[in-house]
Design a protein around this ligand. Structure first.
Ligand SMILES: Cc1ncc(COP(=O)(O)O)c(C=O)c1O
Length: 307
């Protein structure tokens, strides 16, 4: 968060701008140029070079992100996995050990289980919600503690404040991978299909059968695209564009214990089927609470809708 008195809207528009702006510009210009002169004596790391993320527009983006987050600095990468691997490769050396949440995004989990050993790293998976177990898993070479805020796709929330405290005490760098953006909570959600809404509902089972080999698979991966046919459990795509929903508003649903015991948990692929089962009391919100807006916005839009 920005620690000053400017509103988030102002920071989002003007944060990170140089004052005075180049050539008298009031709004920082976006530079389309990719090649910049090199002053004699400039070191490699001071070049304005697109692959070093150091052109004026890239630096401006970093400064803006840092201003929005109230952070010392920010670096933009081309994908989430690029960010995760870059930070780990920067912090870890051969022989180092990593504590990682046992509930991670699949790509990160695969990276650790498939490649950490090749890099000479060892790791232990720990439950980010059980601080009492962390000390036993730590070694003299533990360098990083990697967790996610709200985990993707299982949406668990660990003891993040205690992860940070533990890291400070043990001199371990805490790396928090955040795919859900809390500021997006300011968006109006919970409505359905208002004109030009950038938000669409996505229905996600929290206690459905899982696993890509399971034809009844449910949950976030299955709702989107897990290498198989996606369940496409979106509400109608918003009016603004035909096949594009910029943001999802998660509507988590849970099968009741009665529905589970009666074997009702078949795959649901259609909005009105889900809403009807909610009406019939077969589905509820998480932990039996009323079904509806789970107040989670997912900024990871589908670009394709298969019929
Ligand atoms: C928690 C988390 N980390 C990393 C990633 C990877 O991001 P990308 O698909 O941009 O590589 C994702 C993607 O959904 C994610 O949810």
């Amino acid at each position: 968060m920005n620690g000053n008195s400017e509103s988030m809207d102002t920071v989002a528009v003007h944060g990170g701008e140089r004052r005075p702006g180049p050539d008298g510009s009031v709004v920082f210009p976006i530079y389309q140029g990719t090649v910049y002169e090199v002053e004699p004596g400039t070191s490699y790391h001071d070049l304005k070079y697109i692959r070093l993320n150091s052109t004026p527009s890239q630096l401006y983006l970093h400064d803006k992100l840092a201003a929005i987050e109230g952070a010392e600095a920010a670096v933009a990468t081309s994908s989430g996995m690029a960010a995760v691997t870059t930070i780990l490769l920067s912090l870890m050396r051969a022989g180092d050990h990593l504590l990682a949440s046992d509930c991670l995004y699949g790509g990160t989990h695969d990276f650790l289980t498939g490649h950490a050993a090749d890099l000479g790293w060892s790791f232990s998976f720990v439950d980010a919600g059980r601080p009492e177990t962390w000390e036993a898993a730590r070694t003299e070479r533990t360098t990083v503690f990697l967790v996610e805020t709200i985990t993707n796709p299982l949406m668990r929330v660990g003891r993040l404040d205690q992860v940070a405290d533990f890291g400070r005490r043990m001199r371990i760098v805490t790396v928090i991978d955040n795919t859900f953006a809390p500021l997006l909570q300011k968006l109006v959600t919970g409505r359905d299909d208002s004109f030009s809404s950038p938000v669409e509902r996505i229905f996600i089972a929290t206690n459905g059968p899982m696993g890509t080999a399971n034809p009844q698979r449910q949950g976030l991966f299955a709702a989107i695209l897990d290498g198989h046919r996606p369940n496409n459990t979106f509400g109608g795509i918003p009016t603004i564009a035909n096949d594009y929903s910029p943001l999802w508003n998660a509507q988590l649903y849970e099968w009741t214990a009665d529905a589970v015991s009666k074997g009702y948990r078949s795959q649901l692929r259609e909005e009105f089927q889900i809403l009807t089962l909610v009406q019939d009391g077969i589905l509820t919100g998480p932990e039996g609470k009323p079904f509806g807006d789970s107040h989670v916005i997912i900024n990871c839009p589908p670009v394709q809708r298969l019929n």
